[in-house]
Design a binder for this molecule. Structure first.
Ligand code: FES
Ligand code: FES
Length: 164
């Protein structure tokens, strides 16, 4: 088995990691870096529990080899909150009651944040489409969708206040 030294920026920190050729990004995050907020639901690209942002785009980290991420910028759920403040999507999902067992939540938060960065004022249909790859067995999705709507509206309020 070959090993590779890679440099990645994870949650704004530069990391140098030695990874075997067959290690996935999900395994590197969880096993090499102890970033266990990224969940392993299926290891097969079907549940979205392992979603992280890679260079700003959400993707299933179980479907990418760690060695392919050399030089990449990665954001995991651990990197969403600021020093003392949750991301608006984190606040909104708590307020909406969109967390039950919580297993899907990190992936949903990352997919939602990446989506809202691209589309700050989405329709409900666009939100549903953005989250189609994130499965949740508990909430029935309505509260999650409400949370994304709420986070979008908070951002509108925040930016309109900033321009006053
Ligand atoms: S663990 Fe990656 S999609 Fe399910
Ligand atoms: S809250 Fe349990 S799987 Fe989504």
């Amino acid at each position: 088995m070959a090993f590779h030294k890679i440099n990645v920026t994870i949650n704004n920190e530069l990391e140098q990691v030695v990874v075997p050729s067959n290690m996935t990004l999900m395994q590197m995050l969880r096993e090499s870096l102890a970033l266990t907020g990224t969940k392993n639901g299926c290891s097969a690209g079907e549940c979205g529990a392992c979603t992280v942002m890679l260079n700003g785009e959400p993707l299933n980290s179980c479907m990418v080899l760690a060695v392919e991420c050399d030089g990449a910028n990665i954001v995991t759920v651990e990197g969403l909150a600021g020093d003392k403040q949750l991301d608006p999507i984190q606040e909104a999902i708590i307020e909406a009651g969109g967390v039950q067992c919580g297993f899907c939540t990190p992936g949903i938060l990352i997919s939602s944040r990446a989506f809202l960065n691209r589309n700050p004022s989405p329709s409900e249909e666009e939100i549903r489409e953005a989250l189609v790859g994130n499965l949740c067995r508990c909430t029935g999705y309505m509260r999650i969708i409400e949370a994304v709507k709420k986070a979008a509206s908070l951002k509108v309020v925040a930016s309109s206040m900033a321009s006053d």
